[in-house]
Design a protein around this ligand. Structure first.
Ligand SMILES: Cc1cc2nc3c(=O)[nH]c(=O)nc-3n(C[C@H](O)[C@H](O)[C@H](O)COP(=O)(O)OP(=O)(O)OC[C@H]3O[C@@H](n4cnc5c(N)ncnc54)[C@H](O)[C@@H]3O)c2cc1C
Length: 385
């Protein structure tokens, strides 16, 4: 197995320097207040600015989403590295549906939805979780009933990131109440219609990234069903696994970046340097783990538990970095945005408050451990108590 390619080969230097020059010339100024995680725009102006920038980036051939189909992983990886380092946005909305449209979409669906999704001009959200269906996603209750050439949707979703700005939603709904997994169907829903009501939720970070979404006789044309009736479970599982592997290259860049910033804030002579180095080593190990999975994939040897191992390792480490940052900033860590003495406008506190979210989103770490135990290590399922 080849795991010896931690940096891009020199033939990509020219691509990298063209991209750097493009960012320097065209990218919007990085936000004054840096926020951690999958955060939504707070105003329409902010959203419009990101969309305009993404359109330009994509047109110039540097948009990471538009590079997903590229056989060669390096341009996408380099694009993410450079955009992360410059602190500029490169994603708008939740693009989870991309691989599902590629794999299950009709020719019309591919032509209609993929360009806007990949250039960031259409904002998408993921409508899976419900108040009674998170880890046990197959317990979802939102109904889709066929009525002539449309489905009528009734029910509620929750934790919908980007819901308040979304043009389209990737919806899972129940078309058959007698079958648990086999009764679920995947749909594309237009969010701007009278039967869809979006209510933003206020989070511990003080921002509104999540929403509740209510459907009351919302309409979906049959042509916007993704795959066949009852195939939704298979499609959503495929989406989650392939999206986790496509994210590769984002996690370790993000962590390394945070750690270097932290050195600037606490100072290189800090007594905590030893711990900092250990965290840095772990971020580097995560990078190698990601490359190992990439290598396994190229050799057709991907294990069922690989994405779970990466997701769990990243989110745990990210939380520990945030906890260390608050410890080292001591009383300064309590000051929030708005106080002139707050370090980097409360950025580290924001990272800490958001870090738990990563241990829950896209499958909680407890569920990841179950996946690793059962599918990775072949351990038996056992009920305690
Ligand atoms: C930052 C963030 C963004 C999100 N964005 C979206 C989005 O855009 N769209 C969307 O649809 N959803 C989204 N979610 C929801 C997310 O997918 C769910 O929160 C997650 O699947 C957990 O479901 P739950 O919150 O209902 O918790 P529950 O499933 O109720 O779990 C509660 C606790 O019990 C544990 N638990 C549950 N079952 C087991 C088990 N079998 N074994 C061991 N422990 C178990 C869990 O680990 C957790 O600690 C987001 C969540 C977060 C945090």
């Amino acid at each position: 197995m080849d795991v010896t390619t931690p940096t891009a080969p020199p033939e990509y230097d020219e691509f990298r320097s063209r991209l750097r020059a493009f960012i320097a010339e065209h990218a919007p100024k990085p936000p004054e207040r840096r926020k951690s995680g999958m955060r939504t725009a707070e105003t329409t102006e902010e959203l419009d600015e990101v969309k305009t920038w993404l359109a330009r980036l994509t047109e110039a051939g540097f948009g990471p989403r538009a590079l997903v189909d590229d056989e060669d992983p390096w341009p996408r990886r380099i694009a993410i590295e450079e955009l992360e380092a410059a602190h500029v946005a490169y994603v708008v909305g939740n693009p989870l549906i991309d691989s599902a449209i590629v794999q299950w979409g009709t020719a019309e669906q591919k032509e209609r939805f993929l360009p806007g999704l990949r250039s960031g001009q259409d904002v998408w959200c993921q409508l899976y979780s419900e108040p009674g269906a998170g880890s046990d996603l197959a317990g979802l209750q939102t109904r889709a009933e066929l009525d002539g050439d449309v489905y009528r949707i009734n029910g509620q979703k929750v934790w919908t990131t980007w819901g308040q700005w979304a043009d389209y939603g990737y919806l899972l709904a129940r078309t058959d109440t007698n079958e648990k997994h086999g009764g679920i169907t995947a749909f594309i829903i237009e969010m701007d219609q009278p039967g869809v009501q979006v209510r933003p939720l206020r989070e511990v970070t003080g921002t509104s990234d999540f929403n509740e979404v209510f459907f009351t006789d919302a309409i979906i044309p049959v042509a916007d069903r993704l795959g066949a009736e009852g195939e939704g479970w298979r499609i959503s599982t495929y989406s989650l696994v392939s999206e986790r592997s496509r994210q590769r290259g984002d996690y370790d860049e993000m962590l390394t970046d945070q750690l270097l910033d932290l050195v600037d804030v606490v100072g290189a002579d800090a007594a905590e340097a030893d711990e900092l180095v250990r965290l840095y080593e772990r971020a580097h190990i995560l990078n190698l783990m990601e490359l190992r999975v990439q290598s396994k994939e190229e050799h057709g040897q991907t294990g069922a538990a690989d994405p779970a191992v990466l997701k769990m390792t990243f989110s745990q480490l990210n939380l520990e970095v945030a906890e260390a940052a608050l410890r080292w900033l001591d009383s300064r860590s309590m000051l929030v945005d708005g106080d002139p003495r707050a370090v980097e406008r409360g950025r580290w506190q924001d990272m800490f408050l958001y870090a738990r979210g990563y241990t829950i989103s896209a499958g909680s770490n407890e569920i990841m451990r179950n996946v690793i135990a059962e599918r990775g290590l072949g351990m038996p399922r056992e009920r305690v108590g």
